[in-house]
Design a protein around this ligand. Structure first.
Ligand code: ADP
Ligand code: TRP
Length: 321
């Protein structure tokens, strides 16, 4: 089984990224042949600061390695080190109906908010299709918001196969329903673009402040809260705390006499402990950047070997060769 996923270097990675995509991806590396990459070409559609892109790429690499991505088991690389993705994108673009892209939520969402969009952003599902198809991927672990893009990839693969003969493997999204949408500090989906994130790594004081800022209703500590399982801090606690700890907090909220301040304190402590080991590993890696660069270089060489073969197949099928 070939597993593939990518993440954009568009800012510091957060709990939504970790539980929605990184952890499932890291767990899957034991079950198949895993390819994970830093989607720097994708980041060009929304980030226009060269220094920030360079820094974010390195940060994503550090975050992923610290969280347990094992470069001996997975091929880990930077997308732009494999320029074959772009050539395949063009080949796929030419058989992608406009309507398929016009129906994409991420594009519709941006236009409806009045955000001016560039051609790259509109065409990005085609680049994502190229990213996936160029490795003959079977399984794509992502959060729910990316499901539609994997479906677009399937449509494009099927269309190409019909037009030019079977060339591409048709992939499947893999979504963990229990963490499909991690809530942010304001209760919406946690996302860099909503400014409601809690980062995986960062400075303790600032992160504590973010946890304490999670929006709650105005009920007093004494009031019983029968809907405790709907509380966003409880939902986050369930992700970072041992099951019995999360359950006992939930029960205390239901019973009354336990306030939101205590809830958030418990959340912060458990969150901080949850990433303690990864934090130490990240510190070590920061002192060994040569190793990180070497991992990405080796990953790119291995990825490119596969990508160039699949691209050649597509070039031959479509009459370019
Ligand atoms: P952001 O919305 O912060 O820009 P990305 O779109 O870069 O995040 O997402 C990277 C990966 O993390 C994707 O697979 C996405 O589905 C997953 N992801 C992001 N936010 C969440 C969330 N709040 N809950 C679950 N998964 C998420
Ligand atoms: N579009 C994804 C995101 O924003 C990142 C991504 C790019 C990706 N190419 C991919 C994810 C291929 C899975 C497979 O989160």
């Amino acid at each position: 089984m070939r597993i593939l996923s990518g993440i954009q270097p568009s800012g510091a990675l957060h709990l939504g990224n970790f539980f929605g995509m990184m952890r499932p991806a890291i767990e899957l590396q034991n079950q198949g042949d895993a390819y994970y990459f830093i989607a720097d070409y994708h980041s060009m559609t929304s980030l226009f600061d060269a220094a920030a892109r360079r820094k974010n790429c390195l940060d994503v690499a550090l975050d992923f390695l610290a969280c347990g991505l094992d470069p001996k088991r997975s091929v880990f690389f930077r997308q732009s080190d494999v320029p074959e993705h772009c050539e395949l994108m063009w080949i796929l673009s030419a058989i992608t109906p406009m309507g398929l892209l016009e129906r994409c939520h991420s594009y519709k969402d941006k236009t409806s908010r009045g955000i001016p969009i560039n051609h790259g952003l509109f065409a990005y599902p085609v680049l994502m299709a190229a990213d996936i198809l160029i490795y003959d991927s079977n399984v794509v672990p992502v959060g729910r918001d990316q499901k539609q893009h994997v479906e677009v990839t399937r449509d494009i693969a099927i269309k190409f196969n019909e037009a030019y003969g079977t060339t591409f493997v048709v992939p499947e999204p893999r979504i963990r329903e229990e963490v499909a949408v991690v809530p942010g500090t304001d209760g919406q989906k946690m996302s860099k673009s909503y400014g409601n994130t809690i980062e995986i790594f960062g400075e303790e004081k600032a992160l504590r402040k973010k946890v304490m800022s999670i929006v709650m209703d105005s009920r007093t500590p004494d009031e019983p809260k029968p809907d405790a399982d709907q509380n966003n801090a409880v939902k986050l606690l369930q992700l970072v705390a041992p099951a019995d700890v999360a359950k006992s907090v939930e029960e205390k909220l239901r019973a009354g006499g336990f306030g939101y301040g205590d809830l958030k304190k418990a959340l912060f402590e458990n969150y901080w402990n949850f990433f303690a080991e990864a934090r130490a590993r990240r510190k070590e890696l920061e002192g060994n950047l040569d190793y990180v660069h070497a991992v990405l270089k080796e990953g790119a060489d291995r990825a490119r070997a596969v990508a160039s073969k699949v691209l050649k197949r597509a070039r031959q099928a479509s009459g370019l060769e």
